[in-house]
Design a protein around this ligand. Structure first.
Ligand SMILES: *Cc1c(COP(=O)(O)O)cnc(C)c1O
Length: 378
């Protein structure tokens, strides 16, 4: 089945007999048992809830996984993911990640005895050089946030499989509509469902998806134990968001490419980072492993002062954290998403005070360019 169709008809599970086209919101904490030792399949909503199960089934199918787990946020998914590991385990992570992931690793995982090394995971040699006996997993974003570095997932997963090291991919930026990491050999996919999957800047959600039964079993146990599950109503909002994922992403990516090309020509813009531009170093790998380039565009302007001015002058585009929704948002990574990154890391990655990150929404391309033109006039 085409993935666009799968977005609309996420799951064929049915939980009632009314013929409701939209899956009902089962706003119930608990479920009665038909008899002693019997169950309807649902006992208690921390463990499972029909609305959430429908969503999890849809996500598993979209990513080509066997099991998906829906969390109350992307960070809640990260927290449970890290519980798969034990003190002494070593991770190699992309050196340009969502700032919240870095904060989690540094303030919680390290305290719990895990160790981390960072590399440009697009450079297989660099990853290989950091591998040691304790290395248990490599955690990547591709393209990365906000610098848009690209990792060849098939090549990396092949190298890691030989060593028995897990590949975990944060697929928030592209979603399964554009990139399906499990198909390329990854073991676990993580999502902030808050972004494109929900798509309307109105709900927090997170996901873990896997096609490895042993990992799925352990995650199910952790999921039930930790309890950071997605509520029925929020599950329903993400189900509704998913129905339009294909059309939203097609249009958002098309507009993003137009804007990236337009920014490239703009005299006040000094650099444009968009992996759909042929001059982008990750372009060829993107062409090979993704069905689209996404709708995130990072760019630099001449000075910090000017960058702040742009943020203050945009009117249609809103200055706010987050991404992936129908409303275009602009962020200032150095003060927002990446504020907790060590200064030295920010400097070597080029995350500086002239960098802006644009999440292209569903407004018309012309209106967005008009807004940017005004903001960039200074
Ligand atoms: C937002 C985000 C997260 C965290 O997700 P929340 O839903 O905000 O908890 C993780 N990874 C990436 C790439 C993100 O953009």
């Amino acid at each position: 089945m085409d993935i666009g169709t799968l977005c609309v008809h996420g799951s064929d599970k049915r939980y009632d007999t009314t013929g409701a086209v939209s899956v009902p919101i089962f706003q119930s904490a608990t479920f009665t048992h038909p008899g002693v030792g019997q169950s309807t399949g649902f006992d208690y909503s921390r463990v499972q809830n029909p609305t959430r199960e429908y969503l999890e089934d849809a996500l598993a199918r979209l990513e080509g996984g066997t099991d998906a787990f829906a969390f109350s946020s992307g960070m809640a998914a990260t927290a449970v993911l890290m519980e798969l590991f034990s003190p002494g385990d070593h991770f190699i992570v992309s050196d340009d990640l969502y700032g919240g992931s870095v904060r989690y690793f540094r303030t919680i995982s390290e305290k719990n005895g895990l160790t981390f090394d960072a590399a440009d995971t697009g450079d297989l040699g660099a990853v290989r050089r950091l591998m040691k006996r304790e290395t248990k997993a490599v955690f990547v974003e591709t393209p990365t946030n906000p610098m848009m570095q690209v990792t060849d997932l098939a090549a990396l997963s092949e190298m890691l499989r030989q060593e028995g090291v897990l590949l975990i991919v944060d697929n928030t930026f592209l979603t399964p509509y554009f990139q399906r990491p499990l198909q390329l050999g990854a073991d676990i996919v993580l999502h902030s469902g808050t972004k494109y999957l929900g798509g309307h800047n109105d709900t927090l959600a997170g996901f873990l998806v896997t096609n490895r039964p042993e990992i799925a079993g352990r995650l199910r146990q952790l999921y039930k134990t930790v309890g950071a599950c997605l509520a029925p109503f929020d599950s329903w909002l993400i189900i509704r968001g998913l129905k339009t994922l294909a059309v939203r992403l097609e249009r958002q990516a098309e507009t993003a490419e137009k804007i990236a090309r337009w920014l490239l020509e703009h005299p006040r813009v000094t650099q444009v980072l968009y992996p759909g531009l042929p001059e982008h170093p990750g372009y060829d790998v993107m062409k090979k492993q993704t069905a689209g380039f996404g709708a995130m565009v990072s760019f630099k302007v001449e000075s910090a002062e000017f960058a702040v001015g742009v943020l203050e002058r945009v009117r249609l585009i809103q200055y706010a954290e987050s991404l992936g929704g129908v409303e275009s948002l602009i962020t200032y990574p150095i003060l927002q998403t990446h504020a907790d990154l060590p200064e030295e890391v920010r400097r070597t990655k080029g995350i500086d005070d002239r960098l802006l990150r644009l999440s292209v929404g569903l407004e018309s391309a012309q209106d967005l360019m008009d807004d940017l033109a005004y903001a960039l006039e200074g």
